[in-house]
Design a protein around this ligand. Structure first.
Ligand SMILES: C[S@@+](CC[C@H](N)C(=O)[O-])C[C@H]1O[C@@H](n2cnc3c(N)ncnc32)[C@H](O)[C@@H]1O
Ligand SMILES: Nc1nc2[nH]cc(C(=O)O)c2c(=O)[nH]1
Ligand code: SF4
Ligand SMILES: [Mg+2]
Length: 242
């Protein structure tokens, strides 16, 4: 079995974002990203600040750790990062979990395709708006959505765009228009990544949520959409491992 760079394994907790928000789940967070978003809330996965914490683990070791922490209190695992789509051999973990009737969700930004995308129960693709300072490779994203569609996986797929400003909203409209058959989520951006007062974060994020809801309600190009905050940020602020 192949080793993966793992930064965190935690849970059970709630999936705080997107298409299965509220779902009880465990998390496996891989290290490394091909992007460097200006507002990344998990920058420790790629900026070197947590490099001592990276463990090289194969699928069996990851599953053992999930069992050790989660016991019998989970039947769903979310793989995030960093960008877990950097790892072709992640299928070993996905297969092992599915053999045990555990549902698998995955978070990625849509910059890379992997064949094992087809085995994911809840696949969230989160293309990055202008505020991130990243540039979308539309050919790559087109190809990812095309392959998912051709393999009948669109019901297991969602797009999720994080919004910080009006430029990001226009970008979201563009993405939604380009892929009308994919369920679409807008997510409140958290730009208070240094704040340690959970109550202060929650108040600010609820304010931003209200702004985002107001904007989306007034935008004809954003009708068949869902608008959500990050529930885990409302509950636990910027804490890691929740
Ligand atoms: C940390 S990323 C890891 C997965 C993958 N690299 C990606 O970006 O989709 C997980 C999710 O958190 C979102 N996210 C990252 N920083 C955020 C922030 N400051 N506010 C709101 N959402 C954020 C990303 O857009 C993505 O949807
Ligand atoms: N509770 C919880 N929900 C999440 N949804 C996406 C997360 C991520 O960092 O990918 C995340 C996370 O870190 N925690
Ligand atoms: S793509 Fe995801 S993990 Fe990578 S920098 Fe952006 S938000 Fe962070
Ligand atoms: Mg997160």
């Amino acid at each position: 079995m192949t080793k993966l760079p793992v930064l965190e394994i935690f849970g059970p907790t709630i999936q705080g974002e997107g298409m299965v928000v509220g779902r009880k789940t465990m998390f496996v967070r891989t290290a490394g990203c091909d992007y460097s978003c200006s507002w990344c809330d998990s920058a420790f996965t790629w900026d070197g600040s947590a490099k001592e914490e990276i463990k090289r683990m194969d699928a069996e070791e990851i599953t053992k750790e999930l069992d050790k922490i989660g016991g019998t209190k989970f039947d769903h695992v979310t793989i995030s990062g960093g960008n877990p789509a950097l790892f072709p051999y992640l299928n070993e973990l996905i297969d092992l979990l599915k053999e045990r009737d555990i549902e698998v969700a995955l978070e990625t930004q849509g910059s890379r395709w992997q064949d094992w995308f087809l085995a994911i129960d809840d696949l969230t693709i989160s293309p990055k708006p202008p505020s991130s300072h990243m540039t979308t490779d539309w050919d790559k994203l087109d190809n990812i959505i095309k392959q998912l569609k051709e393999n009948d996986r669109l019901l297991h797929t969602s797009l999720k765009v994080v919004i910080f400003n009006e430029g990001d909203l226009s970008y979201a409209e563009q993405v939604h228009k380009r892929y009308p058959g994919v369920s679409f989520y807008l997510q409140v951006g958290n730009d208070d990544l240094e704040e340690t007062n959970d109550q202060a974060i929650a108040i600010k994020l609820l304010d931003k949520y209200e702004w985002l809801v107001d904007q989306v309600m007034e935008t004809p190009g954003l009708n068949k959409v869902r608008v959500l905050p990050q529930l885990h940020a409302l509950l636990w602020g910027n804490k890691r491992g929740v």
